[in-house]
Design a protein around this ligand. Structure first.
Ligand SMILES: NC(=O)c1ccc[n+]([C@@H]2O[C@H](COP(=O)([O-])OP(=O)(O)OC[C@H]3O[C@@H](n4cnc5c(N)ncnc54)[C@H](O)[C@@H]3O)[C@@H](O)[C@H]2O)c1
Length: 296
């Protein structure tokens, strides 16, 4: 496995667009793919303005910013990823949907390519089993927003090779990230701990213990968290939070991980958080609980 020169990112939502931006800003040729052309167009706008903010803050020269944007290509055609050295998948948090994609990527990409998933909770071992190259499948879990957050959680599946791990770690470090390594159990490190806390915040709201504002203020000022758990859930996406709780519940088999009915109801009502303009809070009414960490 040589040095990674080209990157394919599948899924151009909040995470995929940020990962593609990181790759382009660190000298890689990047293909960003989405099946939804509207998502690609949103990604292109948000990446351009984020790169511009890096430039205005003096973190990137204008020339480097322009070069980064030139290295980034947008597509809906999976065939374009044929020559990529490294692929990061960042599509919906569904095992069936991800497995189908891994099966296709395995057929299309070159045999030396590493197939990484940005999944928050799904088994890397099971995604790897959809391919003929389980030793080259790995979890590369970026935090939101990828251009800003320092951590990458690397998850080794049962058959992930040392070469794949080392290449993934080297890529994360090239992006300026700090790496932690988790074994392949539902939720890994970060979401195993974070999501039950968010779910408990929903229970606290659901059972009328306190208002959403008091729950968030209590956790911000009482535990020194930069955002309250309900604001954070809106920022992550309530659909993503619910999917992760379901994975924890099924994968770890303990009723303490059962998703809170209020979280389920919000998702049923399409109140998915900031990306829909409404979640626990209503952003259409200009409610500003705490500004999320700015997506540079
Ligand atoms: N949101 C977060 O804070 C966060 C943090 C870390 C990891 N993750 C993980 O990253 C992944 C993506 O999350 P997100 O928040 O960016 O989701 P998102 O809903 O913002 O974006 C997902 C994108 O994937 C596209 N897509 C769906 N199926 C596809 C397919 N088969 N082929 C190509 N594109 C497809 C959709 O059109 C959409 O644009 C999930 O696995 C999630 O668990 C999310």
């Amino acid at each position: 496995m040589g040095e990674t020169k080209s990157l394919g990112v599948v899924g151009s939502g909040q995470m995929g667009s940020g990962i593609a931006q990181l790759g382009a800003m660190h000298g890689l040729h990047v293909w960003l793919l989405d099946t939804d052309p509207a998502a690609l167009s949103r990604a292109s706008k948000s990446i351009s303005s984020s790169v511009q903010r890096f430039v205005s803050k003096g973190l990137l020269s204008q020339a480097a910013g322009t070069d980064a944007l030139r290295r980034l290509k947008y597509t809906s055609d999976l065939e374009e990823l044929r020559s990529a050295d490294f692929i990061v998948e960042a599509i919906a948090e569904s095992e069936d949907v991800k497995k189908k994609l891994f099966l296709e990527l395995d057929k299309i990409t070159k045999s030396s390519a590493i197939l990484a998933s940005n999944t928050s909770s799904i088994s890397i071992t099971r995604l790897a089993s959809a391919t003929s190259r389980p030793s080259q499948v790995i979890g590369m879990h970026f935090m939101n927003p990828p251009p800003i957050m320092k951590l990458v959680e690397i998850v080794r599946g049962a058959d992930t090779s040392d070469e794949t791990y080392n290449a993934t770690k080297a890529l994360a470090e090239r992006f300026g990230k700090i790496v932690v390594c988790s074994q392949d159990f539902s939720g890994f490190i970060v979401n195993r701990i974070l999501m039950p806390m968010i779910n408990e915040a929903f229970h606290t709201l659901y059972t009328g213990v306190a208002t959403k504002e008091d729950i968030d203020t209590g956790m911000k000022l009482g535990t020194n968290h930069p955002m309250g758990p309900l604001e954070l859930a809106d920022f992550i996406g309530l659909d993503v939070c619910l999917s992760i709780m379901k994975v924890l519940h099924t994968g770890l088999g303990d009723s303490k991980y059962a998703p809170c009915p209020l979280l389920v109801q919000y998702v049923d009502a399409d109140r998915l958080g900031r990306k829909r303009g409404i979640g626990v809070y209503d952003y259409r009414k200009q409610h500003e609980p705490t500004k999320p960490s700015p997506r540079l």
